[in-house]
Design a protein around this ligand. Structure first.
Ligand code: NAD
Ligand code: TYD
Length: 354
């Protein structure tokens, strides 16, 4: 048996592939376009490992996807590939529609054709697992209950709108064609291999370089944070036991304001890599807010716990310490991803916020 993973060279996808092959000998075919966010260095430990077949390509390339399905005959498709950064979606929404909406459509169509031609026993066991986000639900008032799976979809950014559209396509392919799908909507992840355009790795990397730590607006926006290996274990649980056509929210029971996150990162760096110039919090700089910035996300993860017995293994305290230590131990990886394209993005996103 084999699984097909899309986007397996990105942050969560590469963590998933590494976790999967650490606990199973079932091979992984990994289809990834290697955009700025995809990085084969994340998978260097799998070099020469026959269980991992990497294919550089686009989920929107129907001929390629048809060929991969026909050749490798996966029993499941796990769909991680996406454009994933809200700020980039504000500067250039087109790529988000292309990959997240049109790419998901093509992947669904290719998967449907493959699945329909499978022998009956294999058709019943097949899964299309769609990896999505809590951002599709929109923004919560400070005292509102956390998102459940029945919360209305109210996406506010081009990123979340494109993910919401992809969720709807997946749902429709189940209801109309019977494609055996499951969807997971997870909160903000953090951990190893996280591209330093997102809050936590950006703060670690900037602090170590003595650069300003750009907090959008008042920094009181709230997110739920989950250590990435817990997201991976939740996906494995849903793939194995999730009910067809259902969605499962995944979260860390860990709501925190951004400013609190930044102070925690600074305090850990003060402990693990003290700066001669004084506490890292001196670098905190409030900058112009993100347009349409969602104020609060919170996840009610009771369904996955009740049905599948999943709960996160890490607390925020243990997860963030591991994360900061990982960045201290992987200075080469950080240096390599800070290419010309990364520096251009910093100028695009931050120059006008100062
Ligand atoms: P990422 O941006 O780090 O990685 C995305 C990967 O997809 C990259 O390797 C990229 O090369 C690849 N890719 C992009 N376009 C592609 C295309 N057209 N064809 C093939 N590959 C393509 O993203 P991530 O943070 O790892 O997120 C993975 C998935 O999880 C996404 O679907 C995202 O919406 C979802 N998600 C992310 C978070 C989070 O906190 N990062 C939380 C919940 C859900
Ligand atoms: P991010 O990591 O981009 O994830 P998302 O927008 O998908 O939740 O941002 C997390 C939070 O951190 C979000 O409220 C925006 C904020 N933020 C900053 O304050 N400064 C920054 O430089 C970045 C990248 C994000």
């Amino acid at each position: 048996m084999t699984i097909l993973v899309t986007g397996g060279a990105g942050f969560i996808g590469s963590n998933f592939v590494l976790d999967w092959l650490a606990q199973s000998d079932e091979p992984v075919v990994n289809l990834d376009l290697l955009t700025y966010a995809g990085n084969l260095q994340n998978l260097a430990s799998l070099q020469g490992d026959a269980r991992h077949v990497f294919v550089q390509g686009d989920i929107g390339d129907r001929v390629l996807v048809d060929g991969l399905l026909a050749t490798h005959k996966p029993r499941a498709v796990l769909h991680f590939a996406a454009e994933s950064h809200v700020d980039r979606s504000i500067h250039g929404p087109g790529a988000f529609i292309k990959t997240n909406v049109e790419g998901t459509f093509t992947l669904l169509e290719a998967t449907r054709a493959y699945w329909q031609a499978l022998p009956e026993a294999e058709r019943g066991a097949f899964r299309f697992h769609h990896v999505s986000t809590d951002e599709v639900y929109g923004s919560l008032a400070p005292d509102a209950p956390a998102f459940t799976e029945t919360h209305p979809y109210e996406p506010n950014s081009p990123y979340s709108a494109s993910k919401a559209a992809s969720d709807h396509l997946v749902r429709a392919w189940h209801h109309t064609y019977g494609l055996p799908v499951v969807t997971t909507n997870c909160s903000n992840n953090y951990g190893p291999w996280h591209f330093p355009e997102k809050l936590i790795p950006l703060m670690i990397v900037n602090a170590l370089a003595g650069k300003p730590l750009p907090v959008y607006g008042d920094g009181r926006q709230v997110r739920d944070w989950l250590y990435v290996s817990d997201h991976c274990s939740a996906i494995r649980a849903v793939l194995a036991g999730g009910r067809l056509g259902e969605t499962y929210n995944i979260g860390g029971w860990n709501e925190k304001a951004n400013i609190e996150i930044v102070h925690t990162v600074c305090a850990l760096l003060d402990e693990l890599r003290p700066s001669a110039e004084g506490p890292y919090a001196r670098l905190i700089t409030h900058v112009k807010d993100r347009p349409g910035h969602d104020r609060r996300y919170a996840i009610d993860a009771r369904k996955i716990e009740l049905e599948l017995g999943w709960r996160p293994a890490e607390t925020f305290g243990t997860g963030i310490r591991k994360t900061v230590q990982w960045y201290l131990d992987h200075a080469d990886w950080v240096a390599n991803v800070q290419s010309g394209g990364y520096r251009e993005w910093l100028t695009t996103n931050y120059a006008a916020r100062a």
